[in-house]
Design a protein around this ligand. Structure first.
Ligand code: UT7
Length: 329
């Protein structure tokens, strides 16, 4: 039975940079605190007038160009995002139109920071069944549009960006999708959310006045869950496939906090040279962190054909996942 492989990737981050020093002029914070507690130094911010679909299209174009195929060859577009251009139509529709992906269908997937991983797993299953040949998985978030720049506990954490993987069939089982574990746990809903603008608390003057259209987070709760769950799922998916941490050539974790990543890798026993951390440059770009980190690993020559890659993420929901792939190019 054919498996699925990642055949190309592309990314986009907006040019405008917001540094820790810039943030210290907006809220009561400082570079030393942010670096020590998160590892972040700067993040990219999308200009007004542009939206998530614009970044998604740029990332998708980069992926298609690197594979040398046209948008009309794409079968499926999955856009993983919590910051769609609008609630409906889906961002996938807007991307399809802008790309000129004339044959494609698709949809949006909401799983916050685990979104890209869920999209990637969904694409792998679609390709493995033979029903789809070319699936574009895009993680794109314009977090700056839903951040409260009066709340120093959240506004320092996130940035904007997009990344796309192209997933295609692989007849060589030495390369491609190995396995995954995904979980959700709705008991975490209270700790990380955007309260208003949905059917429970529709938009009103009052919701705007109360700043309910912004990210709310109880950081320590999320932190503790992330460290525990990231370790558990990575360990479990490795064991499920008869592998150990020593078999992992590259660990590509969601980039939420350097301390979450190092706590996880210390417990797993994966040395720093096999872990990619780039949150210092981009902050937490939610669904875009995993493709951005993979791109940086590739460009740095830290990822080569045949390598076993372990992806892992935890996010709002709670959502969580870990996946193993053999890099295919
Ligand atoms: O992608 C998945 C979603 N998110 C996450 O994974 C985030 C998980 N959580 C975290 O990364 C961390 O909890 C944070 C980085 C958000 C916060 O770090 P922390 O070490 O848990 O700090 P804290 O919330 O316990 O706050 C410690 C102190 C507080 O002051 P007091 O009460 O001790 O006087 C905060 O008010 O630090 C203060 N503080 C700040 N100080 C300077 C909070 N934010 C800031 C800030 N600058 N930006």
């Amino acid at each position: 039975m054919p498996t699925a492989k990642i055949s190309a990737l592309g990314c986009y981050v907006p040019p405008r940079i917001l540094t820790n020093d810039d943030l210290s002029k907006i809220v009561e914070t400082n570079d030393a605190w942010i670096v020590e507690r998160t590892g972040m130094r700067e993040r990219h911010i999308l200009d007004a007038g542009l939206a998530t679909s614009d970044m998604a299209v740029a990332a998708a174009c980069a992926a298609l160009n690197s594979r040398g195929i046209s948008a009309s060859e794409v079968d499926t577009i999955l856009v993983c995002t919590v910051t769609p251009d609008m609630l409906f139509p889906s961002t996938a529709c807007l991307v399809q139109q802008q790309l000129g992906a004339t044959r494609a269908w698709g949809f949006d997937l909401i799983a916050a920071c685990s979104g890209f991983l869920y999209g990637l797993t969904t694409a792998a299953q679609m390709v493995k069944t033979g029903s789809q040949q070319k699936v574009l998985v895009i993680g794109a978030d314009t977090m700056s549009r839903i951040l409260d720049y009066t709340d120093r506990a959240t506004c320092i954490l996130f940035g904007d960006g997009a990344g796309a993987f192209l997933v295609e069939p692989s007849t060589d089982e030495n390369f491609g999708f190995v396995g995954h574990l995904n979980e959700i746990d709705g008991s975490g809903a209270a700790f990380l959310n955007m309260p208003a603008g949905g059917s429970r608390i529709p938009t009103s003057h009052e919701t705007v006045d109360k700043r309910l259209h912004y990210v709310k987070q109880e950081g320590q709760q999320v932190f503790k869950f992330a460290v525990k769950k990231m370790y558990e799922l990575c360990n479990a998916v490795l064991r499920q496939h008869g592998l150990t941490a020593a078999d992992v050539d590259l660990f590509v974790p969601h980039q939420a906090n350097k301390r979450i990543i190092t706590a996880t890798t210390d417990r797993l026993g994966i040395p720093p040279e096999r872990v990619i951390i780039n949150l210092d440059k981009y902050g937490n770009t939610t669904a875009a962190t995993i493709p951005l980190a993979t791109r940086d690993a590739l460009e740095a020559g830290r990822l080569k054909k045949g390598d076993l890659v372990l992806f892992a993420a935890v996010g709002a929901g709670y959502t969580a996942g870990a996946a193993l792939w053999r890099w295919a190019y």
